[in-house]
Design a protein around this ligand. Sequence first.
Ligand code: BGC
Length: 431
Amino acid sequence: MNYFENSLKKLKSDFILSNTQILDIANKFSKSMKAGLDGKKSSLKMLPSFVGIPTGEEKGIYASIDFGGTNVRMFTVELLGHGKTTIIKQISVPLKDQKKGYDYTSISTTGTDLFNFIADNLGSILIPTLKYPLGHTFSFPCHQLDVNKAKLIKWTKEIKTSYVEGQEISEMLKSALKEKKLHNIFPKAIINDTIGTFLTSAYNNPLTSIGSICGTGHNSCYFEDNSDGNRKNNMIINIESGNFNEIPFTNYDLLLDIESDKPGDQHLEKMVGGRYLGELTRIIISEYIKNKLIFAKGNSEMFMSPNIIKSEDLSCFMVNKGDSIKDWLNSKCNIFNVLPQDIMALNTIASTVILRSIQLIAATFIGILLHIDQNLEKDHIIAIDGSLYENIPGYAEKLDITLKNISKNRFSIDMVKNGSGVGAAIAAALV
Ligand code: BGC
């Protein structure tokens, strides 16, 4: 085996986990959940949501906001009962738009600007003469003081908007609605996106046990059952699993962490989340270039600048035929002299980074299942939403296989679409 083949082999052995390693992580995750719940030292925040499980018979017309960090989406939703919902109207607006000259995620914008922007857009889809109870999904770690009161602990996913951390998000939204004279909107609930995903699935399926986002960011929630009287939280708990830190970093992860906005934070999310997987792939590729293993004949300077690879690009790297990789290199990097070795490296690196993301997320799901049903005696539904799960080729299938290989076959996955928008409406209905 030559040096090139050896380095790809080493990369795989550093990244890809055995079933025993996955189970070990699952056990650690489960212990950290318990520690977090008991107020002991833990990287898992285990935040109460003050939201319980819907019956599926909640009804009415609601407005909702889904603020996740890339786009902000607004909905009007009708809950019809019998587990059925319908989206009446929806819009999605990017939080930054170079052509229009705005960026509501940058440090130079304030929370007031951001929420005024949200209120303006929300107003555009509502009928002024109707009254709307509102559910608000805010996909960041928050101290929830009540179902309609949440304080942002810290931004994640590299958002930097000023004067929001430590603030009451619910109050900022209320002020913006007042400022924009939207007196027909009544905020009722503020929830995490994982909770929205959970609620949307649970609205028509009582077996839902876990809600999860596998997208730009990663996180999960679950229902903490108090029926045995031992635990104080009889509600859905937002784990903030993206912050789990009991998995060793490779040197590549370390490089990514150092260049991130908040080194040390969101340890797991930096290994599994769409915001980071493209960049992690770029970091590995750049090391291969520095070691003269690939692109011997091409101009590979571009790979030295951060963030040129997005997680969407990984889909094309993972197609093993090579044409899609060649096209990408031609059009994005002006690299035309592509050798089979270059294609093989990009394909293996991207597939390895993605497979580790799948395995680590599977490990956390098993950890949660162990916490709620130690001997896996009941059936469980894991509700998942998010761009990685939906769009990366093979992601959903491999996640399912990894879970089935390790745990008893007592769960199924429910892919939830628009979980955050519909779930926020359900949360508003539960209040
Ligand atoms: C946030 C979570 C959120 C997840 C998915 C993470 O960065 O901390 O609150 O649920 O992203 O959007």
